[in-house]
Design a protein around this ligand. Structure first.
Ligand code: G6P
Length: 490
């Protein structure tokens, strides 16, 4: 049994977001995204103060009622924790979230710029940085310092690319605090960081190096980070030991792949809403079902996925009428123009495949745009082939969730650039996400794979994920903290 520890968890998106129901009563809905889902398990076992942005209007009201302080909240399983919502100036938050975090840093860390025509850095990014990213990070740091004043023995766990500057601000004011940071997205190689102004990229690296521990999901991202710390801010790095020395500080740089809670998914398998969605899918599913579940993010490579599927149909007319693709896509970050354009491109491409191949009796692509979690779990149960072909992805939890609930020995076609590939790649059909022929061939091989081989591969992924679950990931974070504070975890 782990010792109960005081943790200050800091992430942009919080575990809940508030709204109103039809009667006007306040309701708390669970916050979206893999990060928040993963961290929810912490709350039951530790004294957690969670610091997050107030995102909805109702969040801002809740924050104001608590006068910006932490208040008691109850998790879905009855565990209680304290939540502190930081309400930012809306214009500053827009610069922080839309222009810099998601409009710039996300694109850089996922190599989404071709560089010949993007990025175009100018006044918008400069102001987004000085009037958005910096002040919002300062507001997070202020909240953390305030909580550390009340709980000096707490460890601070920052999460993700929204908060790269906050650790250094906290460090200046609390030199002895134990600060950790987990980066849930890829780390780009050092040359590509030169697409950012020198002061941005140095502040990002130096902000992270103010932590005692920095974590990544894969060896690949960890190595890239150590290399860019050396190249961009002159840190002295020991790649084997995973240590970066900068100024008088040492930062441990570690790899801990995140995972899922298999028990949660086992329970979901029998959930009423999931069963209802599954009946709907089963009723008009084709003989062979290809499924994909993604946020509509350019990094997810959805358009190329449809093209590869079309190419497979072109090469294999014998599969016409027998196979279908169900794409369940959650519209994401639509306030950023590139994201809105990408969703439109996804819809056009799906329509083009249907136009080209559909018959009166057969629709090759079924596209559903929306946020319907029970439907996603139902599709996880029903797939014969799961297509996960991101351009690049920190981990990709769909690749772990879906096999755990799948009931048909479904085959996973997985991009070699998804973080999950480092762990489960050997049992998937690995693909180069830019190569349409490669993906078309993998789809065909998966659709025609002998039962025995399907079963073997599926069982291996299922067993791996059950062993390396979210509890193991959380435990690894706590062991990292324990190295510094000397309080045993077990
Ligand atoms: C990724 C990021 C998370 C983020 C999530 C959803 O998984 O690593 O930090 O919360 O996407 O994105 P959103 O912009 O909706 O919070």
């Amino acid at each position: 049994v782990a010792a109960r520890r005081k943790l200050i968890v800091v992430s942009n998106r919080g575990p809940v977001t508030y709204g109103r129901d039809e009667s006007g009563a306040r309701v708390a809905r669970r916050g979206g995204g893999g990060l928040v889902t993963a961290l929810r398990g912490l709350v039951g076992h530790h004294d957690v103060i969670w610091v997050a942005s107030a995102m909805s209007d109702e969040d801002r009201r809740v924050a104001a009622e608590a006068a910006g302080e932490a208040f008691e909240e109850t998790a879905h399983d009855g565990a209680s924790y304290r939540l502190r919502l930081v309400a930012h100036d809306p214009a500053a938050y827009d610069g922080f979230y839309n222009v810099i975090a998601n409009g710039t840093i996300w694109f850089l860390q996922h190599y989404l710029w071709g560089l010949a025509d993007a990025p175009d850095l100018g006044e918008t990014q400069r102001r987004g940085w000085t009037e958005g990213y910096e002040p919002v990070n300062r507001a997070f740091a202020d909240a953390v310092v305030d909580e550390l004043g009340r709980h000096p023995d707490a460890s601070v766990c920052f999460h993700d690319y929204h908060l790269f500057l906050a650790p250094r601000i906290v460090r200046e004011r609390r030199p002895d605090a134990l600060l950790t940071h987990f980066v849930h997205i890829p780390w780009a190689q050092s040359d590509y960081w030169h697409a950012l102004p020198a002061d941005f990229r140095c502040a990002i690296h130096e902000g992270l190096l103010a932590n005692d521990v920095v974590g990544f999901h894969t060896e690949r991202w960890r190595r890239n980070f150590l290399d860019s710390c050396e190249a961009l801010v002159g840190a002295g790095c020991d790649f084997r030991a995973g240590v970066a020395r900068h100024g008088r500080r040492e930062t441990r740089v570690v790899t801990h792949p995140i995972s899922i809670d298999p028990d949660e998914f086992d329970a979901l398998r029998e959930n009423e809403a999931v069963l209802a969605e599954e009946r709907a899918i089963a009723e008009d599913r084709p003989e062979l079902l290809v499924v994909r579940v993604d946020r509509t993010d350019p990094s997810k490579n959805i358009v190329r996925g449809f093209r590869a599927y079309a190419l497979m149909l072109e090469h294999h007319p014998e599969l016409h009428g027998r196979v279908g693709m169900l794409a369940l896509l959650d519209p994401s970050r639509q306030s950023i123009p590139v994201y809105a354009e990408y969703l439109a491109a996804v819809e056009r491409e799906a329509a083009a495949v249907n136009e080209r191949f559909a018959t009166e009796a057969w629709r090759p692509v079924e596209l559903q745009i929306g946020d319907n979690f029970p439907q996603a779990v139902a599709a996880y149960k029903q797939f014969d082939v799961l297509l996960v072909n991101p351009i690049i992805d920190g981990m990709n939890l769909v690749a772990k969730e879906a096999p755990v609930v799948n009931a048909r020995d479904g085959v996973v076609v997985l991009s070699e650039n998804a973080g999950a590939y480092e762990e489960i790649g050997a049992w998937t059909l690995g693909v180069n996400p830019f190569d349409l022929e490669d993906q078309a061939a993998a789809l065909h091989r998966a659709l025609t794979m002998p039962d025995e081989e399907r079963r073997r591969r599926h069982e291996a992924i299922d067993a791996f994920v059950r062993e390396h679950d979210i509890e193991a990931w959380i435990e690894n974070q706590l062991v990292e903290i324990e190295r510094f504070d000397g309080i045993p975890t077990v």
